[in-house]
Design a protein around this ligand. Structure first.
Ligand SMILES: Cc1cc2nc3c(=O)[nH]c(=O)nc-3n(C[C@H](O)[C@H](O)[C@H](O)COP(=O)(O)OP(=O)(O)OC[C@H]3O[C@@H](n4cnc5c(N)ncnc54)[C@H](O)[C@@H]3O)c2cc1C
Length: 377
């Protein structure tokens, strides 16, 4: 006899994993399908910075809510998740960027996020390997970093403890408006609701979805414990991450618990292949060396790329699609899906189970973009 599921989640990245954990904990019968292994997509390529961001009120609400959920989970996280409460240090190179420190300090403080503004001397003391002469910076001590594929594995283990079933190497061909899926081998799996958590591949299953692939490069170094102490991000990052269509690079470095460092990052549209783009990589590393001159003498051991799932307003798509209460989305998390996965999972479960949501879900509703007709063109 075939088993029936309340919800079929397509995608075992961090977002699908978080949705599975919350739905299973809420008593739903959950099936998770992925064509590869766990964390096979962008989750395995991302940086794992848990960070509060403020491009918009809705982005702030989602990132700060999700960061608080990560912090509540800390006592339960296994060591493999490598949770490190190292904080973020936003560095300002000049007076223009110091104005951003002041704006950000005010914005975060007014909303209850702990921050500390630093002058140039305090920045140099906090991170002695930064080039001399920084104007200042902003420390966000409750931000953190973790290792995303192991975090996804942990969340899926949680889901399975609550009765969820996980099937990897299972490729979905179609989402059915009646709630189930067809697999690429032609078989069908029945379910009440199907949730697509397929990240940058979501338009393959729902053509017309406003999700574009935005390529990023990352470099990992050999082990240099203590070379940096925070996730350090240039405030110029905000200018480049905001530029919607141009290729951009920005200095962003993350300490790993084992002493390795991840160096990012780049952003490119219309670059769907996974190959390393040497000119962009050179620009990205030069930018990093500009901030941390001693990096030039350290060894990098690997470089890779991944694709973020970008939406036009830089907010994810969470909830049912228009004209179907059987097909749901949890996608479009761009460069913040590790941070916002837990809030996404909680919102999906709250909406499905008719529970009150802790933050308003409407800003993330797919209904803001999509008419049913467009989805199925
Ligand atoms: C360079 C880079 C740095 C980043 N840094 C950070 C960071 O510091 N902090 C942060 O919060 N975020 C960061 N991100 C973003 C973050 O990695 C993503 O937002 C997040 O991983 C998205 O997770 P997801 O589960 O939605 O998608 P994915 O991890 O891509 O998962 C989608 C899954 O769907 C599966 N799938 C797709 N189609 C099908 C199908 N037809 N059938 C079955 N399975 C299918 C795939 O195999 C995949 O496993 C970064 C991203 C990049 C590229």
């Amino acid at each position: 006899m075939s088993k029936s599921f309340d919800i079929i989640i397509v995608g075992a990245g961090i977002v699908g994993a978080a949705c599975a954990a919350e739905c299973a904990r809420g008593g739903l019968r959950v099936l998770v399908l992925d064509r590869g292994p766990i964390g096979n997509g962008t989750t395995g390529a991302g940086m794992g910075h848990i960070v509060v961001m403020d491009d918009s009120e809705a982005q702030f609400a989602l990132t700060s809510y999700s960061r608080s959920l990560w912090r509540q989970l800390v006592p339960e996280l296994p060591v493999q998740v490598e949770f490190d409460p190292c904080g973020t240090l936003w560095v300002a190179a000049d007076d223009e960027e110091m104005a951003e420190v002041e704006r950000k300090q005010k914005y975060y403080s007014e909303r209850g996020v702990t921050v500390e503004a630093l002058d140039g001397a305090a920045v140099a003391e906090a991170e002695p390997n930064l080039r001399p002469g920084m104007a200042g910076g902003l420390c966000v001590p409750d931000d953190a970093v973790l290792y995303p594929p192991c975090a996804a594995r942990f969340l899926l283990d949680r889901a399975c403890e609550h009765g969820a079933e996980l099937r990897t190497t299972t490729s979905v061909h179609d989402l059915l408006p009646s709630g189930g899926v067809t697999l690429t081998d032609g078989s069908r799996v029945a379910g009440g609701i199907v949730l697509s958590a397929t990240g940058p591949w979501s338009p393959s299953l729902l053509p017309g979805l406003p999700v574009r692939k935005r390529k990023g490069h990352l470099v990992i170094t050999d082990r240099y414990p203590g070379f940096v102490h925070h996730q350090i991000v240039e405030l110029g990052y905000l200018k480049s991450a905001h530029s919607v269509n141009q290729d951009s690079v920005a200095f962003n470095i993350q300490p790993r618990k084992n002493g390795q460092m991840l160096i990012g990052s780049s952003r490119q549209f219309d670059a769907e292949d996974t190959s390393v783009d040497q000119p962009i990589l050179d620009r990205m590393l030069q930018r990093a060396i500009g901030y941390l001159p001693a990096l030039a003498s350290l060894s990098a051991i690997r470089v890779w790329t991944g694709h973020r799932a970008a939406t036009p307003d830089k907010l994810p798509l969470i909830g049912p699609i228009p004209d179907s209460d059987r097909i749901w989305l949890a996608t479009g998390h761009e460069g913040l899906g590790i941070t916002t996965s837990l809030a996404t999972g909680r919102l999906v479960a709250d909406l499905l189970l008719n529970r009150a949501c802790e933050i308003p879900p409407d800003p993330y509703s797919p209904k803001r973009y999509i008419s049913g007709a467009e989805m199925y063109e």
